[in-house]
Design a protein around this ligand. Structure first.
Ligand code: AMP
Length: 419
């Protein structure tokens, strides 16, 4: 299902409210797509608990922090959470009824094979997102809750779903399929979907812009290294491979996820260690990765320990960097020619040692970082490879909210959004 097959909506305003609903949280940003500026941002935490908290920030022009308000009071559910957010926005003169609001853009984690583009939400789209709950049991129900609540609050406002998986639906079949029995795989929709797609789309395009080139001409390897982490290979703006699979567990070493393991590890833990399937699920998703290896999942803390000579932290760091290097090599081979390697998200944007370790020894592939450029701190997109390097190495801050707003606005407005 693509945008072209759904109902279209048209808008007069230029603002987009971006909603990211988690199981017990609701993150939001209000952006003005006339110039891409951010007007307000906030977070509702611990929905359904006695200690819920809403933090709302009205931004000054240019995106600088303006006034912040925090409210601590029980918020029973997503409906109450979004009503509180709407009240905060209304208090700043930017309520959901405002004619300047063009649409709400929802981050939806799993769009399966059907949703290849951002899509205006109607009943058929909601039903399909619901049908995908078995492959995204933690995320899609929360996303659905956010959509239904937003619809109820202002039924006339177009709601757009922007899927984490959509950017990866261009992967060729030989990259998307696991080598398992085809009938079993198809019956249960077992294939590689990939996640973080909004970030990979944004960062690969920004990297081409940084090089002053058309994204359609540029091949980029993107390393999205946050608490969750994934790599992608993007050929001429089109994703051809990514490291996450049926779920976000596959691929790189992450904050708490193992990434790649021999699937037989699961049978072994089940049969020999007597662990239940749920216990193994928790082990691999929540107690593994950097946390499982050294007790910390924050790269700042791990580097502090490494600098103090802690061998356990050093080994965790080395395993993390080794896996990155394997993926860089693999994606280099998949692409054949690489123009740029881009680092993004919390670790990728901030950890010079990770960037240095990931490309060390890859001079033969034309990959290297300039020590001084790599160490310099900045929050803008920048090159860190030596002058004249065969492959550009870049640090590109990701902006998933801006990308969701851009894709949402493109769908509901006749005017192109400015970047
Ligand atoms: P994200 O999921 O993109 O918000 O990334 C969160 C992760 O980024 C944290 O768990 C840290 O490991 C890492 N991180 C954030 N700031 C820094 C920093 N200054 N240096 C190294 N790692 C950082």
């Amino acid at each position: 299902m693509s945008a072209a097959t759904t109902n279209t909506a048209s808008a007069t305003g230029t603002r987009v409210l971006v909603l990211n609903s988690g199981s017990s949280s609701l993150k939001y940003q209000l952006l003005d797509m006339a110039d891409g500026s951010r007007l307000a941002t906030g977070l509702v935490e611990r929905i359904g608990e006695a200690t819920s908290r809403l933090s709302h920030t009205l931004l000054a022009s240019g995106g600088a922090p303006g006034t912040s308000r925090t409210r601590e009071a029980p918020i029973a559910d997503h409906d109450a959470a979004l009503k509180s957010v709407a009240a905060e926005l209304a208090a700043d003169g930017m309520g959901l009824e405002s004619p300047e609001l063009a649409a709400t853009g929802h981050r939806v984690v799993h769009g399966g094979q059907r949703f290849t583009e951002p899509t205006v939400i109607d009943e058929a789209v909601l039903a399909e997102i619901e049908r995908l709950v078995p492959v995204a049991p933690l995320h899609n129900p929360a996303n659905l809750m956010g959509i239904r609540t937003a619809q109820a609050l202002n039924p006339r406002l177009p709601q757009v779903a922007v899927f984490d998986t959509a950017f990866h639906t261009t992967m060729p079949e030989h990259a998307a399929r696991y080598a398992i029995d085809v009938r079993t795989a198809d019956e249960h929709r077992v294939r590689r979907y990939g996640f973080h797609g909004t970030s990979h789309a944004y960062v690969s395009r920004r990297t081409a812009q940084l090089l002053g080139r058309d994204p359609a001409e540029v091949n980029v390897i993107v390393l999205h290294l946050g608490n969750g982490a994934s790599a992608s290979a993007v050929r001429g703006g089109v994703c051809v491979e990514t490291s996450m699979g049926l779920t976000p567990l596959e691929g790189l070493v992450m904050g708490t996820r193992s990434g790649d393991v021999d699937p037989a590890v699961i049978f072994h833990l089940f049969r020999v260690a007597g662990m239940s399937v749920d216990e193994i699920d928790i082990l691999l998703n929540k107690k593994s990765g950097l946390l499982g290896l050294c007790g910390d999942n924050d790269m700042r803390e791990i580097r502090r320990r490494v600098d103090e000579g802690d061998d356990t932290a050093r080994l965790a760091f080395d395993i993390y960097a080794h896996r990155l290097k394997k993926y860089i090599g693999a994606y280099y081979a998949v692409l054949g020619r690489v123009d740029a390697l881009a680092f993004t998200a919390g670790v990728g944007e901030n950890s010079a040692p990770v960037r240095e370790a990931a490309v060390s020894g890859l001079d033969g592939l034309g990959l290297a970082v300039d020590a001084e450029l790599n160490a310099a701190r900045a929050d803008t997109a920048r090159l860190i490879s030596p002058e004249g390097a065969r492959v550009a190495v870049a640090v590109v801050p990701t902006d998933e909210e801006l990308e969701i707003a851009r894709q949402t606005y493109a769908l509901v407005s006749p005017e192109p959004a400015r970047e």
